[in-house]
Design a protein around this ligand. Structure first.
Ligand code: COA
Length: 384
C-alpha cells in the first residue's frame, strides 16, 4: 500500500477539514449531492420513510437488507427485552447535576453502560452486534430518564408492550400521542439514522479503528454530535425561530443577521450544496405536525427564512431546519432535540463500527508542521 502523502508542487497538500477526502469505502449509505439524494443500503431514504419503520431501518443498516416478518418480530422482542437500565445506572443518572447538558448526560450514561456490559472487551462481530442492540435499546431510556430527572420528575420505566417510537413518548411524557405524531417522529428517526462520513461517524470509526470497544466509539460519536456545527443545530434552529416575533418579521430579522455576517442555523451543508435530500420529507412531516397541533407560525417563519437564504445567499436548509420545529411541535423541550438525534444515529454509528472492523486499518492521518523551526532547549539558568 502506498503510504506517501499526495504532493503538489513538491509540498504535501493539506485538506483542511478533510474537505473532499475519501477516507475509506463504505457500503452503508450513499450521498449523491448532484441529485440531492441519499440511499441506505441502496434504498432511497424518502421511500424508506414511507414504506418502513425506524426499527426496520436500524436492522437494514446493520444487516444490509430489510428484515422479514419473522426477523422483525424477533428483533422487536430482543430490543424490548434489553431496555431496562441497571439500578447502578439509575443511581448514576440521579447523581447528575440538575443543569447538566443532556448530551453530557447521555454521553456519560453510554460510557457507564460500557463499564457494565458483560461483553465490553469482546470485539468479535457477533458480540459487537449484541452490544449495538443493547445500546440502541437502552440509550432512549437513559435520555428520557435523565431528562425527567433534570426537571425534578420521576423517570417512567420503559413499556415492553410498546414499539420503539411509542415507548419513547411514553417515557418522556407518560402518554403515547396520536398516530400522525408517531409517524412524523418515526420519519425523523429514519432521516437522522445515517449519513456517510459525517464528523460524529468519523469520530466513532476512528475510535473503533484503534480496536477500542463499541461503547467507546459511540461515546465519541455523541461527543462530536454535541457541537452546534453538527447535531446541536436542530436546537439552535428552534431557539432562532423563537427569537423571531412573527412570520411577517422574519425577513427583517434575517437581514439584520446578514448585516452581522452571523451564521443562520439549519442552513448549509458540507456535502450538499444544492439542497439536502432529507429536507423535503422532513418538511412535509413538520407541516403535518403544524396542522395536527394547529400552530403554523414556525413553518411559516421557516418558509420565509428558506426563501430569502436561497435568494440572497444561494444556501439551502439542512435536515435540522425542519426537524427543530417538528420536535417543538411534538412537545419536546429544546434540550432534548440533540439527544433524540443520538438515539437515531446510534444505528449509523454502530453499523459503521461493524464495517470498520471487517477490514480495519488504524485511522491516523498526518499533519504538516508549520511551527517554529527546530531549536535547542535553553538551559534553565538562561530562562530568567
Ligand atoms: N449561514 C450563513 N452563511 C453560511 C451558512 C449559514 N448557515 N453556511 C454556510 N455559509 C456561508 C459561509 O459563511 C461561507 O461564506 P464565505 O464563502 O463568504 O466565507 C459559505 O457559505 C460556504 O460555507 P462553508 O463554511 O465553507 O461551508 P462548510 O462546508 O465548511 O460548513 C456547515 C458547513 C454545515 C458547518 C455550515 O454551513 C454551517 O455552519 N451551518 C450552520 C450550522 C448547521 O446548520 N449545521 C448542521 C449541519 S447538517
Amino acid at each position: 500500500m502506498n503510504d506517501q502523502p499526495e504532493a503538489k508542487n513538491g509540498q504535501p497538500e493539506v485538506k483542511k477539514g478533510l474537505v473532499g477526502v475519501y477516507a475509506d469505502f463504505s457500503a452503508i449509505s450513499k450521498v449523491m449531492p448532484e441529485t440531492n439524494s441519499l440511499t441506505y443500503r441502496g434504498y432511497p431514504v424518502q421511500e424508506l420513510c414511507e414504506e418502513a419503520s425506524f426499527e426496520e431501518v436500524a436492522w437494514l443498516l446493520w444487516n444490509g437488507e430489510l428484515p422479514t416478518a419473522a426477523e422483525r418480530a424477533a428483533f422487536a422482542a430482543e430490543e424490548r427485552a434489553n431496555r431496562a437500565l441497571s439500578p447502578a445506572l439509575m443511581s448514576v443518572l440521579r447523581a447528575f447535576p440538575r443543569d447538566a447538558h443532556p448530551m453530557d448526560a447521555i454521553r456519560t450514561a453510554v460510557s457507564f453502560m460500557g463499564m457494565e456490559d458483560p461483553e465490553t472487551a469482546d470485539i468479535s462481530d457477533a458480540a459487537q452486534r449484541r452490544k449495538a442492540l443493547r445500546i440502541f435499546a437502552k440509550a432512549p431510556v437513559a435520555v428520557a430518564a435523565a431528562h425527567r430527572l433534570s426537571k425534578g420528575l420521576e423517570p417512567i420505566p420503559p413499556d415492553p408492550s410498546l414499539p420503539w417510537c411509542e415507548n419513547f413518548f411514553h417515557m418522556v411524557f407518560g402518554r403515547v400521542p396520536q398516530p400522525e405524531v408517531i409517524k412524523a417522529f418515526d420519519v425523523s428517526m429514519i432521516l437522522y439514522a445515517e449519513h456517510t462520513f459525517n464528523a460524529s461517524t468519523f469520530a466513532a470509526r476512528t475510535v473503533a479503528s484503534t480496536l477500542a470497544d463499541i461503547h467507546a466509539a459511540v461515546v465519541a460519536g455523541i461527543a462530536a454530535l454535541k457541537g452546534p456545527l453538527h447535531g446541536g443545530a436542530n436546537e439552535a434552529v428552534m431557539r432562532m425561530l423563537l427569537e423571531i416575533p412573527s412570520p411577517a418579521e422574519a425577513e427583517a430579522w434575517l437581514r439584520k443577521r446578514f448585516d452581522h455576517k452571523a451564521l443562520v442555523m439549519g442552513f448549509g451543508h458540507r456535502v450538499y450544496k444544492k439542497g439536502d435530500s432529507r429536507v423535503p420529507t422532513m418538511t412535509k412531516y413538520a407541516e403535518l405536525m403544524a396542522e395536527v397541533v394547529g400552530d403554523k407560525r414556525w413553518m411559516e417563519t421557516s418558509a420565509v427564512l428558506a426563501r430569502i437564504m436561497l435568494e440572497e445567499k444561494g444556501i439551502h436548509p439542512n435536515l435540522d431546519f425542519p426537524a427543530g420545529p417538528a420536535y417543538y411541535l411534538m412537545g419536546f423541550d429544546i434540550p432534548l432535540f440533540t439527544p433524540i438525534f443520538v438515539c437515531s444515529r446510534i444505528t449509523g454509528w454502530t453499523a459503521h463500527v461493524l464495517e470498520q472492523l471487517q477490514d480495519n486499518r488504524l485511522i491516523r492521518p498526518l499533519s504538516l508542521y508549520n511551527g517554529v523551526p527546530e531549536r535547542r532547549v535553553p538551559p534553565r539558568s538562561a530562562r530568567g
